[in-house]
Design a protein around this ligand. Sequence first.
Ligand SMILES: [Zn+2]
Length: 443
Amino acid sequence: MQEKTVILSQNNSARTHKQRLRWLLAVSSVPLFGIVAAFGIVPKELPLNLPTIEITEDVVLPAALSSVNNPADNTISIWHVDQVYRDDTLSSLLDRINIRNPEALTFLRQSPDARALSTQLRAGRTILSKTTSEGELLELQFQNDINHALVVKKSSDGYQAQEMPLILESRILVKSAEIQSSLFAATDAAGIPDQIAIQLANIFSSDIDFNLDLRKGDRFTVVYEASFSNGELINTGRVLGTEFINQGKTRSAILYHDADGRENYYTPDGKSLQKAFLRSPLEFSRISSGFTLARFHPVLQTWRAHKGVDYAAPTGTRVRAVADATVTFAGGRGGYGNVVVLQHAGGISTVYGHLSRFAPGVRKGYKVRQGEVVGFVGMTGLATGPHLHYEFRVHDEHRDPLKVVLPTSVPLPTESLAEFSKQAEPLAAQLALLRGSNLASLE
Ligand SMILES: [Zn+2]
């Protein structure tokens, strides 16, 4: 079942417009990307002065109708709308969208005309497929770049692929959600795309450890760009502004383009959110988040016991440098197993143990940038399960990385503040608008 929630909002508008659509089986032979509009459920533009509107409708067309253009009579065809995830392979994607017939699989994997599917498999791209209930592919559309879709159709001569232009409309969406179990569970429930969840984790990565710090009841609002074609979400863009209430503490971030064309996130009073150190050495992802969901608090051992923090995470999860550094050690060392030691400015060093392997090029003397992957979670050395052992040292003295006070960041120069405020105000107003709203009414 596909469920879509679209919340439209305009800058400086005091109203939020909401349209909700649910379909169980959309059975048709309507051209893809036009499916929603073709049923007349989602108007291209919502009237701006209406109060919240909500339409929930299950669309099930009679099976007889579907067999009109359907080579396999007496079967129903099913539209499946999905997106590419970061770790998807062509096989995992085709499996998830339920394509089962060998002829289609061979065509999609091997035909030069369908090559874009393999070469343009980027996270966040939309894929729409129409299959029979037996998994025979009838039609597929894949957004292969910002303006084009690869369209594959079954005909009497087998499958054919062709590139078609996409007509996109840009919109700015505002959504709110409350954390019940994990960030992804919350973003899924609110219909917020994965790339936006990942951007949120990155924006606040110097302040919030998304693998350890989130609590039930935390909530957030996010304003972001999206492009649609006939009411179907095709692309998500940047987060323009966000507010995150974590353990009772409110943090806001506003995207600011400076005069030199650089883009960075700042607090509403103009302090950069990008700091010298990241809160967590583990890259936040659906995989690491899903893993920690099983044990909501993933710290296996306390700081006092062994002068480090252990992050439970699946083997292969990316481990990143928390700050710019020089590698002083990368190799096997006793109970640590495969370990990377980084030397940062100010006499600070960090240690990453039990790695399954190192990132390419990571060896003594190699310079890494903040956020660069240095290795991958494993269970080498003395480890009973896959986890990252992480240490933070100041002049070789161990400090608790969860408590250490990290250097703060530089504010915007005074001469930029006026321009920043001009960009920030409408976004801050959007965020304020949803701050007081009842989340339940939005769901
Ligand atoms: Zn440990």
